[in-house]
Design a protein around this ligand. Structure first.
Ligand code: ZN
Ligand code: ZN
Length: 367
């Protein structure tokens, strides 16, 4: 990561940072098509549109459905172009193709093959260049307002969890519990949930992305809950694993190993650390306990306007944590046929270490 991306960007600076990047990449413009990035740059919360960023202007191109909303939401320095027909034709109209044809970047990590073809057809004189996740990289460093929104989403999720734990009973199905959790998250004020909560009990807790099913909760089960809330578009993401009734020795042991892995990874998650080193800090604990092959996913991921965004915290990541990166730490141990434990925290990387946004106790709780 360049040093520039470690500087957080209040909204009025965000477009300027993009323009600096364009300049570095010798591009004349950038076509932003990833909706979370459009929201981050302009404030527009609609579900369809393009943002064309040029050195002296920025134009949000969207359709008739968003006419009133777009002009209400977009920040200063962004103009709105509404089309009744198609975004590509409007884009061609907005883009000054000139005689020589400008070099315009597009987000090749999100643009579909079909849309890439349409760009070529509608703006024939443009040289389209894959610009990579340029805006996503800038978005990975959060400003204090963004961290506050994520913190509020964390607190909302925690209060919904506290409420739901009060009604967990044997015989309740995972689906019923998931519905109770969704209801409480929304009632606590969450916008559309970042993802459907995972409620996995007993042996099903060993499935990393289990969908809640009709299994009934039983005494002695592990109960894994992974869920989040959303505030001002920003997501939270947390996981806790409980035991129904008294925990068996093996359950305590596995939970203890995962809790230790969380602590080590949090201690490693300071600005300047590589994402690989943070992953290794968690993984070393799990490997040393003999469960290395039972932790098959990465340690964490960035959280923001998307529930999974940059930086990735895993063994293959080439990213380095910067001050203001908000990431999850979610090591796990999955024992097929028996059950699994995952614990997930949201932390903010800083020069003096990580600040943990999640406040819910991490020790093994018997319900
Ligand atoms: Zn999660
Ligand atoms: Zn997560």
């Amino acid at each position: 990561m360049s040093s520039e991306s470690s500087v957080w960007a209040p909204r009025d600076l965000r477009l300027r940072l993009v323009r600096d990047r364009l300049h570095e990449a010798s591009l004349e413009a950038l076509l932003v098509s990833h909706m979370p990035s459009i929201r981050w740059l302009t404030g527009f919360t609609g579900s369809s549109g393009f943002l064309l960023v040029e050195p002296g202007s920025a134009t949000l191109i969207t359709d008739f459905r968003y006419e009133a909303q777009a002009s209400e939401e977009v920040c200063d320095g962004v103009s709105v172009a509404i089309t009744a027909t198609d975004l590509f034709a409007e884009l061609a109209r907005c883009l000054d193709e000139g005689a020589s044809g400008p070099r315009v970047g597009f987000e090749d990590h999100v643009l579909t093959v079909k849309d890439r073809r349409a760009l070529g057809e509608s703006c024939g004189a443009v040289t389209w260049e894959a610009a990579g996740p340029l805006v996503d990289e800038l978005r990975s460093t959060k400003d204090p307002g963004e961290i506050e929104a994520i913190s509020r989403a964390v607190r909302m999720a925690e209060s919904a969890l506290s409420e739901v734990l009060g009604i967990v009973t044997e015989g309740m199905t995972e689906t019923e519990l998931a519905a109770e959790l969704v209801y409480r998250l929304r009632r606590a004020g969450s916008e559309t949930l970042p993802f459907d909560p995972i409620v996995a009990s007993g042996p099903r807790s060993a499935l990393p992305h289990a969908h809640p099913g009709e299994r009934k909760l039983r005494e002695g089960d592990f109960l894994l809950l992974d869920f989040g809330a959303r505030v001002d578009g920003y997501c939270s993401d947390m996981t806790r694993t409980f035991v129904l009734g008294s925990a068996a020795r093996w359950q305590r042991e596995v939970h203890g190993v995962v809790a230790e892995a969380v602590e080590r990874a949090i201690a490693a998650a300071c600005a300047g650390a590589t994402a690989q080193a943070v992953d290794r800090a968690a993984r070393d604990v799990i490997v040393a306990a003999g469960y290395g092959d039972r932790f098959g996913h990465g340690t964490g991921h960035g959280v923001g306007l998307e529930v999974h965004e940059r930086p990735s915290v895993n063994a293959r990541s080439r990213e380095t944590l910067a001050s203001g990166n908000v990431v999850t730490i979610e090591p796990a141990v999955y024992l097929p046929g028996r059950g699994g434990v995952r614990l997930e925290e949201v932390v903010v990387a800083g020069e003096d270490g990580a600040a943990v946004l999640t406040g819910f106790p991490r020790d093994l709780r018997e319900l």
